[in-house]
Write a protein that binds this ligand. Structure first.
Ligand SMILES: CC(C)(COP(=O)(O)OP(=O)(O)OC[C@H]1O[C@@H](n2cnc3c(N)ncnc32)[C@H](O)[C@@H]1OP(=O)(O)O)[C@@H](O)C(=O)NCCC(=O)NCCS
Length: 209
């Protein structure tokens, strides 16, 4: 498996990446923002994305976006093709994109928003902390990216204060509070997700006969 910094030679994978994201969103039934091949091609060409390939086959992808003049960078769009899941690939891609973010933008706070337990666990292991949305970028262009997520109405209803996604942030200037690395609290993350779902998702009203 090769995990490399993407470039224009990878344009041929843009549609596969979009299709894999769309299929995963359908299967998962929860929020994943949709992307167009044109959007992905831009991310492939600017030196801020990582692609995993097994020979010629697409295996995984993730990209960096820069916000507020490099005050923040987001690691977004993590996707692993179903044929390559549960083998530790997402973890490797996440680590690579995190290292690339630190190399290219050493002073930036690195963040992501996610409903995925797997992603929360990986972020936590990289030193991210869960934070409120007010600690993330307030650049409206970032939040516009949520428009294609099926839970976008939740975000607008709460005036962009919260959503089903949890915000997680790595602040390079924050001092480590403890040298003993705690394990991610998977039960806690699951509970948080189910509380948010019961708070924010409108249930279908029962039909009154
Ligand atoms: C989420 C996703 C990227 C995981 O890819 P993967 O290569 O299978 O993940 P890994 O094998 O590297 O696993 C990393 C960790 O997450 C855990 N994990 C993987 N899938 C999981 C799932 N569906 N639920 C809970 N934990 C999961 C693994 O057990 C592992 O934890 P561990 O280190 O404690 O063992 C992949 O399933 C995917 O592309 N899903 C659809 C897109 C998506 O949800 N993207 C995230 C958008 S925010």
């Amino acid at each position: 498996m090769d995990i490399v910094i993407a470039n224009e030679s990878h344009f041929k994978y843009a549609k596969t990446i979009c299709d894999t994201i769309a299929e995963s969103a359908k299967v998962r039934g929860t929020g994943i923002a949709q992307r167009t091949p044109e959007y992905i091609r831009k991310r492939l060409s600017n030196g801020n994305a990582v692609i995993a390939l097994e020979g010629d086959a697409f295996a995984g992808f993730c990209y960096i976006e820069v916000w507020e003049h490099e005050k923040f960078v987001a690691n977004s769009g993590l996707i692993v093709h179903p044929d390559f899941r549960k083998q530790g690939l997402a973890k490797k891609i996440k680590k690579r994109i995190f290292e690339l973010s630190r190399e290219k933008f050493p002073d930036a706070k690195i963040f992501g928003i996610t409903t995925g337990l797997a992603v929360m666990k990986m972020n936590y292991e990289l030193g991210y902390k869960p934070v409120t949305f007010s600690e993330l970028t307030d650049d409206p262009e970032f939040w516009k990216g949520c428009q294609t997520c099926k839970n976008f109405d939740v975000l607008t209803r709460t005036e962009y204060k919260m959503c089903l996604c949890t915000g997680m942030l790595h602040d390079p200037k924050a001092k480590a509070t403890s040298k003993v690395k705690k394990k991610p609290d998977s039960k806690g993350f699951k509970r948080l997700k189910s509380i948010k779902e019961s708070l924010f998702l409108r249930r279908k009203k029962k039909k009154i006969e």
